[in-house]
Design a protein around this ligand. Structure first.
Ligand code: A2P
Length: 257
């Protein structure tokens, strides 16, 4: 049996010169937990060319969705960015990843911290009704260099908060905090600085970071992840895993180099 499902591309949307998202069919046997990733890609010269991609769709949805960067000369993304409706993509049969609520000690506030395409696993998780059941607040922070890079997240949040089911679940619980570092915007600055200065918490009108209630998932720029890990560990937070739940979990965004 092949290690991959062959799925058909349904839609492709280009958000900026460097970002696009696409949807595809989903084999009924492909199971995953919201927040996980799988190897996906294309068949090139008869061989699979694959990279890790977080599912941006939730596991209760019929199709699959992915949010991708376009890396100039990137072996996969230079090809993947040209896919069209009807093309075939390969999707690995096994989904894995650490951004799983069971890897966290129960808490009151869930902070989802992302940069760039690191938003993808949280696009899936915020469509998981369970997190609104488990937390009093779910705060989605998305940091980008430019305002245009926020568009995918902005549209996702807009659609979800207007949805009949999710709108009700998210009301009074969900907070979206986009932030931009290299041009004017209503929220400015790096996620690390916004946490240490407490600006993030002041802006959203909630108490500052506290280890009793805060649980954190992070995905994005490797430098940001390193800095956030240091920041949280200095405050006594521990990293969680499947064997030992903790206060935070980390997944790097899988950018092609
Ligand atoms: P900045 O513009 O100040 O570098 P990138 O495109 O390089 O992956 O960055 C995505 C976002 O992550 C940018 O807003 C960038 O801010 C921010 N970023 C990069 N490195 C760090 C870091 N070490 N800590 C916090 N934010 C970071």
């Amino acid at each position: 049996m092949s290690a991959f499902h062959r799925e058909t591309v349904l839609t492709v949307k280009h958000w900026t010169d460097t970002l696009f998202s696409f949807t595809a069919t989903r084999d009924a046997s492909f199971r995953f937990q919201n927040g996980q990733f799988a190897m996906i890609g294309l068949e090139v010269d008869g061989k699979p060319l694959l990279r890790a991609y977080s599912m941006a769709s939730a596991n209760h949805e019929e199709g699959l969705e992915f949010f991708s960067i376009k890396v100039p000369n990137g072996p996969l993304t230079s090809r993947l960015q040209k896919i069209k409706e009807g093309d075939i993509i390969l999707v690995g049969r096994k989904a894995v990843g650490t951004l799983i609520n069971d890897n966290l000690i129960p808490g009151k506030r869930l902070l989802l911290l992302s940069t760039g395409t690191g938003l993808a696993p949280f696009a899936s998780l915020i469509k998981d009704p369970e997190i609104y059941d488990k937390y009093d607040h779910v705060v989605l922070v998305h940091g980008c260099r430019q305002v245009s890079e926020l568009a995918y997240g902005e549209q996702l949040v807009d659609t979800l908060t207007k949805d009949e089911l999710f709108g009700e679940l998210m009301k009074d619980k969900f907070i979206y905090y986009p932030t931009v570092t290299r041009e004017p915007f209503r929220n400015r600055g790096r996620i690390t600085d916004l946490i240490t200065s407490e600006q993030l918490f002041n802006d959203i009108g909630l108490p500052p970071l506290n280890i009793e209630g805060d649980r954190i998932m992070m995905c994005g720029s490797p430098h940001m992840l390193e800095d956030l890990k240091v920041l949280f560990e200095a405050r006594g937070f521990t990293e969680g895993s499947t064997s030992t739940p903790g206060h935070f979990v980390i997944e790097k965004a899988f950018v092609e180099r």
